[in-house]
Design a protein around this ligand. Structure first.
Ligand code: SF4
Length: 168
């Protein structure tokens, strides 16, 4: 259902307003905005500036969210019988699973085998089991938090910025 007139949509520029728009999966303005990423091709052989790369990063994030929304929308339509040229509905691959774990365990035990694997609890589960005070006393020196790999994130991300090259 369109909530704007065709003329209004044609005059609109794709913006953050789009994320809550009911027609975002079918809007041509938004599609053209995302497809404009391809325009960077035409700027060869010059190298991209940092500002252009930043714009591509931002647009790529938006593109991923938009394509996910379009995929969900297209699947819903395909499940009602809409056909998309070159595409078909398939079932995702799944792994086998037991239908009744208790019955499985009982049968394997009856057969004289151990159906269980022993695994150490995760750090969080262990802390929950022992309580924080006991956990700290017993296991703090055996606990570490590995360094996370570097990644780019938008400035709105809540994590602290890593200052590179002695900045600050
Ligand atoms: S998706 Fe964005 S540009 Fe398209 S109609 Fe909605 S708000 Fe406007």
């Amino acid at each position: 259902m369109l909530f704007r007139t065709k003329k209004e949509i044609e005059e609109m520029k794709a913006s953050s307003e789009c994320t809550s728009c009911p027609v975002l999966t079918r809007c041509r303005t938004l599609a053209e905005h995302h497809m404009s990423l391809a325009d960077y091709d035409k700027q060869l052989p010059k190298l991209l500036t940092e500002e252009e790369t930043a714009r591509i990063l931002t647009q790529a994030e938006e593109l991923i969210q938009w394509t996910d929304a379009v995929k969900d929308y297209a699947l819903k339509c395909a499940l009602t019988g809409v056909r998309y040229p070159g595409w078909k509905v398939v079932k995702k691959n799944t792994k086998r699973r037991f239908t009744d774990e208790t019955a499985v365990a009982e049968r394997v035990i009856e057969a004289g085998l151990d159906p269980f694997e022993k695994k150490l609890l995760s750090v969080s589960a262990m802390e929950k089991q022992l309580g924080k005070e006991k956990f700290d006393k017993l296991l703090l020196d055996l606990t570490e938090k590995p360094e996370g790999k570097m990644e780019l994130a938008p400035v709105t991300d809540t994590r602290a910025e890593v200052l590179i090259g002695g900045e600050g």
